[in-house]
Design a protein around this ligand. Structure first.
Ligand code: ADP
Ligand code: MG
Ligand code: ZN
Length: 479
């Protein structure tokens, strides 16, 4: 029997607000334990939560960018459970009436273009953290750090539309790129700012009812998501083939072994007793606000990718590389706005600039060559003032000094020689010194042409205009 995997993802996106979702405490990562807390996020009785407006704005942005409808009225609910890092005894989340509903993302791959439904996006607070280690002044043991308690999260829940680990990774990458583009999440998966629960089931090919799912908790890299899902599919198929039954349960992925193991079964599953939080009034969002946020929505990578090809005439490969990172795309666009030809700018951004940035471990924001300077350099090549080869020397100098390319060319005497008289003189000298090769060429050995080009370019210190050199050399060699 052949099996069809079915996958649905729940993604937690930590929002980049300065303060927490229901209090004014800082959300900065890495502060000393419990230094960023107050009665609200410590869960003191009687302390009242106040919703952070920025969180709502970010949720609307995420919803619009993923084609969701924004609910005019949504409600915060208490999700009740006990855990030592959850002092209130409940997490404030949204349940029946989330802020965003019914969206989708299109993913591309070997399967073509496929639409993955998004069931809902809701806002919620994160819990604190248990720290198992040496605690200053207390020896070894476990401690509770509530700095993370009450930091804002979005949970993005997909429809069970995903059919393979590769599709799951494509969906995750797309969602990750969008929230980072929007500037609402730092996307740091190692620190847990973007993490995923993968629901996996299998059913016989052609079946019309999904199998029982297992949920793999908190996977925090694209690679692990792929490994965890592939392992889980295999495990469930083997189990069924051996006459067993998949049980609904929560599982953990172990990156060291590449395996998943059971964490808790359905019997132990929580009944969260959700109910509307009486401390928070229903959230009413006006259409004016939604329109205002819509107006601030940046052009998303998918739209850029299309536009770079259709309007700027770039190949798909270039469009993909340039749009992968918002800052890189904006740098490239600033070059085009400054007057750079699109393809030339694309080549330099993907080539020399990326190479230098990698070499020095810099982000594009710290690029010392501004789009205006790069455009000026491209204009010098275009006009024939310098060759493409010399341009690389000028570029390195620009990088180091931030000087105008024209000034560097002037200072270093790098102007390209297109003067036919001067080039002819060099060619004559080279031919006279290499009569043997001239005879070979005339005898039909055309390969020595490259030798002559190299000699002439070297004699001119790379400054001779290569097009002029080629043309004159050919004429002279042919006699
Ligand atoms: P829960 O809180 O129990 O995890 P949710 O409704 O929040 O429930 O999330 C369920 C997730 O599981 C969704 O992403 C959904 O697409 C996915 N899912 C539901 N049924 C299946 C199934 N049979 N196989 C795989 N995934 C499923
Ligand atoms: Mg779940
Ligand atoms: Zn607080």
């Amino acid at each position: 029997m052949k099996f069809q995997p079915v996958i649905g993802l729940e993604v937690h996106v930590q929002l980049l607000t300065n303060t927490k979702i229901f209090c004014g405490c800082s959300t900065k990562f890495g502060a000393s334990p419990n230094s960023q807390t107050c009665p609200v996020c410590l869960g003191m009785p009687g302390a009242l939560p106040v919703l952070n407006r920025k969180v709502v704005e970010y949720a609307i942005l995420a919803g619009l960018a993923t084609n969701c409808a924004i609910a005019p009225r949504s409600v915060f609910a208490r999700k009740n459970y006990f855990y030592p890092d959850l002092p209130k005894g409940y997490q404030i989340s949204q349940f029946e009436l989330p802020i965003c509903i019914g969206g989708h993302l299109d993913i591309e791959g070997e399967w073509g273009t496929k639409r993955i439904g998004i069931t809902r996006i809701h806002m919620e607070e994160d819990a604190g953290k248990l720290v198992h280690s040496d605690i200053p002044g207390m020896g070894s043991g476990s401690g509770v750090d509530l700095n993370r308690a009450c930091t804002p999260l979005l949970e993005v829940v997909s429809e069970p539309d995903i059919r393979s680990a590769d599709e799951a990774v494509a969906y995750l990458k797309k969602l990750h790129q969008i929230v980072v583009y929007l500037g609402i999440c730092d996307g740091n998966m190692e620190e847990g700012s973007f993490r995923c629960d993968a629901n996996v089931s299998v059913m016989p090919v052609g079946a019309d009812k999904f199998g029982t799912r297992a949920e793999i908790k908190n996977v925090n890299s694209f690679k692990f998501v792929k490994q965890a899902i592939e392992y889980e599919i295999e495990r469930q198929i083997e189990l069924i083939e051996d006459g067993g039954k998949v049980v609904q349960e929560t599982r953990l992925f172990n990156p060291d072994s590449g395996a998943t193991r059971s964490m808790r079964g359905k019997e132990e599953a929580h009944d969260y007793r959700y109910f509307p939080d009486p401390d928070l009034v229903p959230l009413v969002i006006s259409t004016d606000w939604v329109e205002e946020v819509q107006g601030s929505l940046p052009e998303l990578p998918e739209a850029k990718f299309k536009r770079y090809q259709e309007e700027l005439g770039l190949p798909a490969y270039d469009a993909e590389v340039l749009t992968a990172d918002r800052q890189l795309a904006e740098y490239f666009e600033a070059c085009v706005t400054a007057g750079s030809p699109a393809k030339a700018a694309a080549n330099w951004v993907m080539g020399e600039i990326t190479r230098k940035l990698n070499e020095e471990g810099k982000a594009i924001a710290a690029c010392p060559v501004t789009p205006q300077l790069l455009t000026a350099l491209l204009a010098l090549i275009e006009k024939g003032t310098i060759s493409g080869k010399i341009a690389k020397t000028v570029f390195d100098e620009m990088w180091a000094t931030g000087k105008e390319p024209a000034a560097i060319v002037e200072e270093k005497g790098l102007v390209q020689v297109s003067d036919t008289g001067e080039i002819e003189k060099i060619i004559d000298e080279i031919m006279a010194a290499n009569m043997g090769q001239v005879e070979e060429f005339r005898g039909g050995k055309e390969k020595v042409f490259g030798f002559f080009v190299g000699q002439v370019m070297r004699a001119s210190k790379g400054k001779a205009n290569p097009a002029v050199v080629n043309e004159m050399l050919l004429k002279k060699l042919k006699g």
